[in-house]
Design a protein around this ligand. Structure first.
Ligand code: G3I
Length: 300
Protein backbone atom coordinates (compact mmCIF):
# COMPACT_ATOMS: atom_id res chain seq x y z
CA UNK A 1 0.00 0.00 0.00
CA UNK A 2 1.13 3.54 -0.69
CA UNK A 3 -0.34 5.45 2.25
CA UNK A 4 0.03 5.00 6.01
CA UNK A 5 -3.65 4.35 6.62
CA UNK A 6 -4.01 1.81 3.83
CA UNK A 7 -0.81 0.07 4.86
CA UNK A 8 -1.97 -0.19 8.49
CA UNK A 9 -5.36 -1.45 7.34
CA UNK A 10 -3.70 -4.45 5.72
CA UNK A 11 -3.41 -5.89 9.23
CA UNK A 12 -6.68 -4.44 10.51
CA UNK A 13 -5.00 -1.51 12.23
CA UNK A 14 -5.35 2.24 11.87
CA UNK A 15 -2.75 4.96 11.41
CA UNK A 16 -3.84 8.30 12.83
CA UNK A 17 -2.79 11.85 13.49
CA UNK A 18 -3.60 14.51 16.05
CA UNK A 19 -5.45 17.27 14.22
CA UNK A 20 -6.09 20.92 15.03
CA UNK A 21 -9.43 22.32 13.85
CA UNK A 22 -7.81 25.65 13.06
CA UNK A 23 -5.58 24.03 10.45
CA UNK A 24 -8.27 22.24 8.44
CA UNK A 25 -8.40 25.20 6.06
CA UNK A 26 -4.68 24.80 5.24
CA UNK A 27 -4.72 22.85 1.99
CA UNK A 28 -1.26 21.31 2.40
CA UNK A 29 -2.30 20.07 5.81
CA UNK A 30 -5.74 18.79 4.87
CA UNK A 31 -4.47 17.12 1.69
CA UNK A 32 -2.00 15.03 3.69
CA UNK A 33 -4.61 14.35 6.36
CA UNK A 34 -7.14 12.98 3.89
CA UNK A 35 -4.57 11.02 1.92
CA UNK A 36 -2.57 9.34 4.68
CA UNK A 37 -4.59 8.93 7.87
CA UNK A 38 -7.58 6.79 8.80
CA UNK A 39 -7.84 7.89 12.42
CA UNK A 40 -8.04 11.39 13.91
CA UNK A 41 -7.45 12.61 17.46
CA UNK A 42 -8.41 16.20 18.31
CA UNK A 43 -5.21 17.82 19.59
CA UNK A 44 -7.06 20.17 21.97
CA UNK A 45 -10.70 20.52 20.88
CA UNK A 46 -12.31 17.88 23.10
CA UNK A 47 -10.46 18.78 26.29
CA UNK A 48 -12.31 20.09 29.33
CA UNK A 49 -11.41 23.77 28.85
CA UNK A 50 -12.59 23.62 25.24
CA UNK A 51 -15.84 21.70 25.75
CA UNK A 52 -17.10 23.12 29.07
CA UNK A 53 -15.75 26.67 29.37
CA UNK A 54 -18.44 27.48 31.93
CA UNK A 55 -19.92 25.00 34.35
CA UNK A 56 -22.60 22.87 32.70
CA UNK A 57 -22.47 25.04 29.57
CA UNK A 58 -20.95 23.10 26.71
CA UNK A 59 -19.26 24.21 23.49
CA UNK A 60 -18.77 21.51 20.89
CA UNK A 61 -18.06 23.77 17.91
CA UNK A 62 -14.44 22.80 17.31
CA UNK A 63 -14.81 19.25 18.56
CA UNK A 64 -17.62 18.78 16.08
CA UNK A 65 -15.40 20.12 13.28
CA UNK A 66 -12.87 17.41 14.07
CA UNK A 67 -15.56 14.73 14.31
CA UNK A 68 -17.00 15.92 11.01
CA UNK A 69 -13.60 15.73 9.32
CA UNK A 70 -13.14 12.17 10.58
CA UNK A 71 -16.59 11.18 9.35
CA UNK A 72 -16.12 12.84 5.94
CA UNK A 73 -12.90 10.95 5.24
CA UNK A 74 -14.06 7.64 6.73
CA UNK A 75 -11.53 7.84 9.56
CA UNK A 76 -11.93 6.63 13.11
CA UNK A 77 -12.19 9.23 15.86
CA UNK A 78 -10.11 8.90 19.03
CA UNK A 79 -11.68 11.12 21.66
CA UNK A 80 -9.12 12.99 23.81
CA UNK A 81 -9.38 13.55 26.75
CA UNK A 82 -12.32 13.49 29.16
CA UNK A 83 -10.37 14.05 32.40
CA UNK A 84 -6.87 15.46 32.79
CA UNK A 85 -5.16 17.57 35.44
CA UNK A 86 -4.14 20.03 32.70
CA UNK A 87 -6.33 22.17 30.43
CA UNK A 88 -9.14 22.36 32.91
CA UNK A 89 -11.38 25.43 32.76
CA UNK A 90 -10.75 27.92 35.52
CA UNK A 91 -14.04 27.16 37.24
CA UNK A 92 -13.08 23.49 37.63
CA UNK A 93 -9.61 24.35 38.92
CA UNK A 94 -11.23 26.25 41.76
CA UNK A 95 -13.48 23.35 42.87
CA UNK A 96 -12.66 20.50 45.22
CA UNK A 97 -14.18 17.60 47.10
CA UNK A 98 -17.66 16.35 46.31
CA UNK A 99 -18.47 19.44 44.25
CA UNK A 100 -15.55 18.74 41.91
CA UNK A 101 -16.38 15.03 41.88
CA UNK A 102 -19.92 15.66 40.66
CA UNK A 103 -18.74 18.28 38.16
CA UNK A 104 -16.15 15.93 36.67
CA UNK A 105 -18.56 13.03 36.40
CA UNK A 106 -21.12 15.33 34.81
CA UNK A 107 -18.44 16.44 32.35
CA UNK A 108 -17.65 12.84 31.38
CA UNK A 109 -21.33 12.00 31.00
CA UNK A 110 -22.21 15.07 28.94
CA UNK A 111 -19.27 14.96 26.54
CA UNK A 112 -19.38 11.20 26.02
CA UNK A 113 -23.13 11.44 25.43
CA UNK A 114 -22.69 14.23 22.88
CA UNK A 115 -20.22 12.13 20.88
CA UNK A 116 -21.97 8.79 21.45
CA UNK A 117 -21.71 6.59 18.39
CA UNK A 118 -18.96 8.71 16.77
CA UNK A 119 -15.97 7.71 18.87
CA UNK A 120 -13.89 4.59 18.31
CA UNK A 121 -11.95 5.03 21.55
CA UNK A 122 -11.94 7.65 24.30
CA UNK A 123 -9.01 8.66 26.44
CA UNK A 124 -11.20 8.72 29.54
CA UNK A 125 -8.38 9.57 31.92
CA UNK A 126 -5.07 11.10 30.87
CA UNK A 127 -1.77 11.22 32.77
CA UNK A 128 -3.04 10.32 36.26
CA UNK A 129 0.15 8.57 37.42
CA UNK A 130 3.22 10.23 38.88
CA UNK A 131 6.65 10.21 37.27
CA UNK A 132 9.57 8.67 39.10
CA UNK A 133 10.08 5.52 41.10
CA UNK A 134 6.98 5.53 43.32
CA UNK A 135 4.54 3.98 40.88
CA UNK A 136 1.63 5.83 42.43
CA UNK A 137 -0.94 8.39 41.44
CA UNK A 138 -0.10 11.95 40.55
CA UNK A 139 -1.34 14.52 43.03
CA UNK A 140 -4.06 16.64 41.41
CA UNK A 141 -7.40 18.17 42.23
CA UNK A 142 -9.00 15.12 40.59
CA UNK A 143 -6.99 12.67 42.70
CA UNK A 144 -7.87 14.59 45.85
CA UNK A 145 -11.57 13.80 45.28
CA UNK A 146 -10.73 10.18 46.21
CA UNK A 147 -8.65 7.35 44.79
CA UNK A 148 -11.75 5.88 43.11
CA UNK A 149 -12.06 8.84 40.74
CA UNK A 150 -10.61 6.92 37.80
CA UNK A 151 -13.02 4.01 38.04
CA UNK A 152 -15.92 6.41 38.59
CA UNK A 153 -14.94 8.15 35.35
CA UNK A 154 -14.73 4.90 33.41
CA UNK A 155 -18.13 3.76 34.69
CA UNK A 156 -19.70 7.08 33.72
CA UNK A 157 -18.15 6.92 30.25
CA UNK A 158 -19.38 3.36 29.71
CA UNK A 159 -22.93 4.36 30.67
CA UNK A 160 -22.85 7.36 28.33
CA UNK A 161 -21.35 5.60 25.28
CA UNK A 162 -21.49 1.81 25.62
CA UNK A 163 -19.85 1.18 22.23
CA UNK A 164 -16.74 3.35 22.59
CA UNK A 165 -13.56 1.67 23.71
CA UNK A 166 -12.46 3.26 26.97
CA UNK A 167 -8.74 3.93 27.35
CA UNK A 168 -6.32 5.05 30.03
CA UNK A 169 -3.56 7.17 28.43
CA UNK A 170 -0.14 8.24 29.75
CA UNK A 171 3.49 9.17 28.91
CA UNK A 172 6.86 7.81 30.09
CA UNK A 173 5.17 4.43 30.22
CA UNK A 174 6.90 3.11 27.12
CA UNK A 175 9.12 0.58 28.84
CA UNK A 176 8.67 -1.56 31.93
CA UNK A 177 9.22 0.94 34.75
CA UNK A 178 7.66 1.99 38.04
CA UNK A 179 5.11 4.25 36.37
CA UNK A 180 3.98 1.74 33.76
CA UNK A 181 3.84 -0.97 36.42
CA UNK A 182 1.62 1.20 38.60
CA UNK A 183 -0.76 1.55 35.65
CA UNK A 184 -0.46 -2.16 34.89
CA UNK A 185 -1.54 -2.95 38.44
CA UNK A 186 -4.51 -0.59 38.15
CA UNK A 187 -5.64 -2.19 34.88
CA UNK A 188 -5.27 -5.68 36.36
CA UNK A 189 -7.36 -4.60 39.34
CA UNK A 190 -10.03 -3.05 37.09
CA UNK A 191 -10.25 -6.24 35.03
CA UNK A 192 -10.51 -8.34 38.21
CA UNK A 193 -13.30 -6.19 39.64
CA UNK A 194 -15.21 -5.62 36.40
CA UNK A 195 -14.47 -1.91 36.12
CA UNK A 196 -14.95 -1.12 32.42
CA UNK A 197 -11.63 -0.54 30.64
CA UNK A 198 -10.85 -1.61 27.08
CA UNK A 199 -7.50 -0.10 26.15
CA UNK A 200 -4.32 1.55 27.32
CA UNK A 201 -2.67 4.34 25.37
CA UNK A 202 1.10 4.76 25.30
CA UNK A 203 1.84 8.31 24.23
CA UNK A 204 5.40 7.55 23.14
CA UNK A 205 6.92 11.03 23.05
CA UNK A 206 10.41 9.71 22.38
CA UNK A 207 13.88 11.21 22.07
CA UNK A 208 16.04 9.33 19.58
CA UNK A 209 15.54 5.88 21.09
CA UNK A 210 12.90 3.48 22.28
CA UNK A 211 13.21 1.29 25.38
CA UNK A 212 14.43 -2.22 24.57
CA UNK A 213 11.42 -3.67 26.37
CA UNK A 214 8.87 -1.50 24.51
CA UNK A 215 7.23 -4.46 22.75
CA UNK A 216 7.33 -6.56 25.94
CA UNK A 217 5.63 -3.74 27.80
CA UNK A 218 2.84 -3.50 25.20
CA UNK A 219 2.48 -7.27 25.35
CA UNK A 220 2.15 -7.48 29.13
CA UNK A 221 -0.75 -5.01 29.03
CA UNK A 222 -2.37 -6.84 26.11
CA UNK A 223 -2.14 -10.03 28.14
CA UNK A 224 -4.40 -8.42 30.75
CA UNK A 225 -7.15 -8.45 28.12
CA UNK A 226 -7.05 -4.85 26.88
CA UNK A 227 -6.14 -3.36 23.53
CA UNK A 228 -3.03 -1.23 23.42
CA UNK A 229 -2.53 1.78 21.19
CA UNK A 230 0.35 4.13 20.48
CA UNK A 231 -1.44 7.42 20.94
CA UNK A 232 0.84 10.46 20.60
CA UNK A 233 3.95 9.29 18.81
CA UNK A 234 6.69 11.77 17.99
CA UNK A 235 10.43 11.13 17.94
CA UNK A 236 13.29 13.61 17.92
CA UNK A 237 16.93 13.07 17.01
CA UNK A 238 19.29 11.82 14.34
CA UNK A 239 18.13 8.22 14.73
CA UNK A 240 14.55 9.25 14.08
CA UNK A 241 13.73 7.14 11.04
CA UNK A 242 15.13 3.93 12.54
CA UNK A 243 13.30 4.47 15.82
CA UNK A 244 10.02 5.13 13.98
CA UNK A 245 10.52 1.81 12.21
CA UNK A 246 11.22 0.01 15.49
CA UNK A 247 8.13 1.44 17.18
CA UNK A 248 5.94 0.48 14.23
CA UNK A 249 7.28 -3.08 14.18
CA UNK A 250 6.72 -3.41 17.93
CA UNK A 251 3.04 -2.55 17.51
CA UNK A 252 2.68 -4.94 14.58
CA UNK A 253 4.20 -7.74 16.67
CA UNK A 254 1.48 -7.41 19.33
CA UNK A 255 -1.86 -8.60 17.99
CA UNK A 256 -3.85 -6.37 20.37
CA UNK A 257 -1.89 -3.27 19.35
CA UNK A 258 -4.70 -1.86 17.23
CA UNK A 259 -3.17 1.34 15.89
CA UNK A 260 -0.67 4.16 15.96
CA UNK A 261 -1.30 7.90 16.14
CA UNK A 262 1.36 10.52 15.48
CA UNK A 263 0.98 13.79 17.41
CA UNK A 264 0.68 16.12 14.43
CA UNK A 265 1.32 16.03 10.69
CA UNK A 266 4.19 18.36 9.69
CA UNK A 267 7.14 19.23 11.93
CA UNK A 268 5.76 22.75 12.07
CA UNK A 269 2.53 21.39 13.56
CA UNK A 270 4.31 19.79 16.52
CA UNK A 271 4.09 20.98 20.13
CA UNK A 272 7.83 20.12 20.30
CA UNK A 273 8.97 23.35 18.69
CA UNK A 274 12.27 23.06 16.87
CA UNK A 275 12.62 19.30 17.35
CA UNK A 276 11.17 18.24 13.99
CA UNK A 277 9.73 15.02 15.46
CA UNK A 278 7.07 14.15 12.86
CA UNK A 279 6.76 12.33 9.50
CA UNK A 280 6.38 15.33 7.16
CA UNK A 281 8.61 18.39 6.90
CA UNK A 282 7.32 21.94 7.15
CA UNK A 283 6.43 21.95 3.46
CA UNK A 284 4.51 18.69 3.70
CA UNK A 285 7.18 16.49 2.09
CA UNK A 286 7.59 12.92 3.29
CA UNK A 287 10.67 12.43 5.48
CA UNK A 288 12.85 9.36 5.86
CA UNK A 289 10.84 8.60 9.00
CA UNK A 290 7.71 8.36 6.83
CA UNK A 291 9.33 5.79 4.57
CA UNK A 292 10.53 3.79 7.56
CA UNK A 293 7.00 3.61 8.94
CA UNK A 294 5.39 2.80 5.58
CA UNK A 295 7.93 0.07 4.85
CA UNK A 296 7.39 -1.46 8.30
CA UNK A 297 3.62 -1.46 7.84
CA UNK A 298 3.94 -3.03 4.40
CA UNK A 299 6.22 -5.80 5.57
CA UNK A 300 3.88 -6.94 8.34
O1 G3I B 1 -6.12 28.49 21.77
C1 G3I B 1 -5.28 29.41 22.45
C2 G3I B 1 -5.19 30.68 21.70
O2 G3I B 1 -6.46 31.29 21.67
C3 G3I B 1 -4.17 31.59 22.39
O3 G3I B 1 -4.01 32.76 21.64
C4 G3I B 1 -2.83 30.88 22.50
C5 G3I B 1 -1.81 31.73 23.24
O4 G3I B 1 -0.99 30.94 24.07
O5 G3I B 1 -3.03 29.69 23.20
C6 G3I B 1 -3.90 28.80 22.57
O6 G3I B 1 -4.03 27.64 23.33
C7 G3I B 1 -2.92 26.77 23.28
C8 G3I B 1 -3.40 25.42 22.73
O7 G3I B 1 -2.35 24.48 22.79
C9 G3I B 1 -3.87 25.53 21.29
O8 G3I B 1 -2.82 25.94 20.47
C10 G3I B 1 -2.37 26.59 24.67
O9 G3I B 1 -1.80 27.80 25.12
C11 G3I B 1 -1.35 25.49 24.70
O10 G3I B 1 -1.01 25.23 26.07
C12 G3I B 1 -1.92 24.23 24.10
O11 G3I B 1 -0.92 23.25 24.10
C13 G3I B 1 -1.36 21.92 23.96
C14 G3I B 1 -0.96 21.10 25.16
O12 G3I B 1 -1.35 19.76 24.98
C15 G3I B 1 -1.61 21.63 26.42
O13 G3I B 1 -1.08 21.02 27.54
C16 G3I B 1 -0.74 21.33 22.71
O14 G3I B 1 -1.28 22.01 21.56
C17 G3I B 1 -1.04 19.84 22.60
O15 G3I B 1 -0.28 19.27 21.56
C18 G3I B 1 -0.66 19.16 23.91
O16 G3I B 1 -1.01 17.80 23.80
C19 G3I B 1 -0.69 16.99 24.93
C20 G3I B 1 -1.75 15.92 25.03
O17 G3I B 1 -3.03 16.51 25.08
C21 G3I B 1 -1.53 15.01 26.24
N1 G3I B 1 -0.19 14.46 26.23
C22 G3I B 1 0.90 15.43 26.08
C23 G3I B 1 0.68 16.29 24.83
C24 G3I B 1 1.84 17.25 24.64
O18 G3I B 1 1.92 18.18 25.68
Amino acid sequence: ATTLGAAAAQSGRYFGAAVAAGKLGDSTYSTILRREFNSITPENEMKWDATEPNRNSFNYTNGDRIAGQASSQGARLRGHALLWHQQQPGWAQSLSGSTLRSAMINHVTQVATHYRGQVYAWDVVNEAFADGSGGGRRDSNLQRTGNDWIEAAFRAARSADPNAKLCYNDYNTDGVNAKSTGIYNMVADFKNRGVPIDCVGFQSHLSNSVPGDYQANLARFANLGVDVQITELDISGSNQAAVYGNVTRACLAVSRCTGITVWGIRDSDSWRTGENPLLFDNSGNKKAAYTAVLDALNSA
